[in-house]
Design a protein around this ligand. Structure first.
Ligand code: PDD
Length: 288
């Protein structure tokens, strides 16, 4: 079956899906996005992702491309038309098309909306979770508002590539105070003395939807969570570490900068949280 993308009001064959060369997302990264998991033909935590999208749009003063119900319909319809059962929905809203100029367009333009869906190999992600991953640390040289989910991801791109070049799977950013902020596309966690540690929400991290759900799960499982930033040294001496993101849920991290964490194998709390995740996340109606 061929892939279908939603582009500014139309469902088009993926191979022919395109936007204008003066789309401000393309020229200025003047846009925001969301990535939402599709599990067994249903969107996971769509409500929370759409709420965060609204906050991102408000922060950049980009108007909503569609009313909430219409947007939800488009997301479901894009999943349905692609018949994807396990995968990822990507949605992007940019300020729209206008002659290149840094300031907002004089005459308001319509925001541009693109939605794509692709299948993910659940077995491969599961195998990654079973093995755990290696991360490296990189300086956090991003701008000061990474709480907004913008498409301006160059530092994240370079961080992920630095990890690959070093033979690791991912990179964790370290701020000027020597504290881990988050991963290139995930939130960072460690377990210390039986307590789960993750950095509190601020403009230095993106508050992950997965992170929010994992906090709820941890509370339900009587696990203690402390919201505080930690150093790479604390990660090295932690009993376990893991990351959270919508596309991967909970992935154990077994080494950092070449140092084993705990036993060097996925830790028991990360495994329990991963197993519990889809029992607590909001799973929408079956679409595909
Ligand atoms: N990334 N921090 C950053 C920098 C991210 O890019 C992401 C998600 C997260 C975790 O957020 P959530 O749990 O809501 O997915 C944290 C998505 C998956 C991406 O860029 O594809």
């Amino acid at each position: 079956m061929s892939r279908i993308a939603y582009v500014n009001g139309r469902y088009v064959p993926f191979a022919h899906a395109s936007v204008h060369i003066e789309d401000r997302g393309y020229q200025l990264a003047d846009g925001v996005y969301e990535a939402c998991e599709i599990l067994d033909g249903s969107l996971v935590d769509a409500r929370r992702h759409l709420e965060r999208l609204s906050r991102s749009l408000d922060a950049l003063r980009i108007s909503a491309p569609l009313a909430p119900a219409a947007l939800r319909f488009v997301l479901d319809e894009t999943v349905r038309r692609n018949r994807v059962r396990d995968g990822l929905l990507y949605l992007q809203v940019t300020r729209g098309v206008a002659r290149r100029d840094h300031g907002f367009p004089d005459k308001p333009v319509k925001p541009a909306l693109v939605v794509t869906v692709r299948a993910l190999d659940r077995k491969k992600i599961e195998a990654t979770a079973v093995a755990g991953i290696a991360v490296i640390t990189v300086p956090d040289d991003r701008w000061g508002r990474v709480d907004i989910k913008t498409t301006g991801l160059l530092p994240n791109v370079l961080a992920r590539q630095a990890a690959r070049d070093a033979g690791a799977k991912d990179a964790w950013f370290v701020d000027d105070h020597g504290l881990i902020t988050e991963g290139a596309s995930s939130n960072a966690w460690i377990v210390k003395d039986g307590v789960l540690l993750t950095r509190p929400s601020s403009n230095r991290i993106l508050t992950g939807i997965t992170m929010t759900v994992v906090k709820e799960i941890a509370a339900g499982l009587q696990m203690k969570v402390e919201e505080r930033a930690f150093t790479p040294e604390e990660v090295r001496s932690a009993s376990e570490a893991f990351l959270t993101s919508a596309t991967q849920t909970v992935i154990p991290v077994v080494s950092i900068d070449g140092y084993n964490i705990g036993s060097g194998k996925p830790g028991p709390l990360a495994i329990r949280l991963r197993e519990a995740f889809h029992r607590t996340a909001e799973i929408g109606p079956k679409i595909a």
